[in-house]
Design a protein around this ligand. Structure first.
Ligand SMILES: [Mn+2]
Length: 329
């Protein structure tokens, strides 16, 4: 299986299918959900049936995405029979959740992803880790179509959301010339940039702001101030009646401090500890996340651990970060 099947091969696989199942990864982010919706809309315009799926829930900040009500949240057909499955943003075939009943009955599996470490588990695989986002790849797929298909304004809004969120508002190091070219093209095609900015970037609840304050209060700098660690206990969430998903963006804050190379946010959730990692310049945090069974990108990654208290996970993580920092010099 080629890891880098061409867009032509992706299009050939799409042309062959009539009924499609489309999904991104668990806990879908803007890229995952934006791509799922844009691809489903495209398939429907091509006269095909598309079943959009997401699990386990969709964050409120993404409710504005055009076509969102079409998504089946946590809901699979009793006897899934799709010609073709398109998995987006899934670095392995389990990243979309328990989809085995869907995958086993499908004739063709198309895998489109931009993660650094990604399995070629599909029949057709287009994996491009140089792309800022899967949305960037989907736009290129449009451009490669023989019949000159272009995103509709709604599809452009979905794809722009993927590019803008995965590049952290064009601030992360994956903000390439190509990412900006694609973003520009999507704006020209009618992406609703103002709405996206208002909803995703200029809206935060009282609870989220209080949680941010709590997190910054608990920030600790270790290893000659190169490592920032924030541990949020269950009591921190209870204090503001908050849930762990309301911590978006917190992990990036400590990397503003000059000298901080790695930032970790550890959250004690009822059944697990979940960890977000960010790196400023040269530490590959996806390698650190992989050490704990997680993954992601060089500058942004994460993992989850069950059956261990958050303090123990913090100690184990600190040891791995310490080694990564010492190897970097
Ligand atoms: Mn992505």
């Amino acid at each position: 299986m080629n890891k880098y099947d061409s867009f032509q091969q992706v299009w050939q696989a799409i042309e062959k299918g009539q009924s499609f199942f489309v999904a991104g990864h668990l806990n879908p982010d803007g890229d995952s959900l934006g791509c799922t919706l844009a691809v489903c809309s495209l398939l429907e315009r091509l006269g095909k049936e598309a079943y959009a799926y997401a699990s386990p829930a969709i964050g409120k900040d993404l409710f504005f995405l055009p076509g969102l009500p079409k998504i089946h949240v946590n809901e699979l057909p009793p006897k899934p029979q799709f010609d073709t499955v398109i998995l987006l943003e899934c670095s392995d075939r389990q990243r979309g959740g328990d989809l085995e009943s869907v995958l086993q009955n499908a004739k063709t599996l198309i895998n489109i992803d931009h993660h650094l470490v990604s399995d070629a588990y599909g029949d057709v695989n287009h994996i491009d880790s140089t792309a800022s986002s899967t949305a960037e790849i989907i736009f290129q797929l449009f451009e490669a179509s023989e019949n000159g298909l272009l995103p509709t304004p709604d599809e452009a809004t979905c794809l722009y959301t993927g590019v803008v969120t995965d590049t952290g508002r064009f601030l992360h190091t994956n903000t390439s010339a190509e990412a900006l070219r694609v973003a520009s093209a999507l704006v020209a095609l009618g992406a609703d940039v103002n709405k996206i900015n208002q909803v995703i970037y200029f809206t935060k609840s009282y609870t989220e702001l209080k949680l941010l304050g709590r997190a910054l209060e608990k920030m600790q700098l270790l290893f000659q101030n190169k490592y920032s660690q924030i541990i949020l206990a269950q009591s921190d969430f209870e204090l503001f009646n908050a849930v762990p998903s309301q911590t978006q963006g917190i992990v990036s804050q400590p990397t503003m401090i000059p000298g901080v190379e790695v930032s970790a946010l550890l959250k004690q959730e009822p059944d697990k500890v979940s960890v977000n990692l960010r790196s400023r310049n040269h530490i590959d945090v996806s390698a650190i996340a992989q050490h704990f069974g997680g993954g992601g990108h060089a500058r942004a990654a994460g993992f989850k651990v069950s059956g261990k208290p958050v303090q123990l996970v913090a100690e184990e993580l600190a040891a791995v970060v310490k080694e990564a920092l010492s190897n970097a010099h």
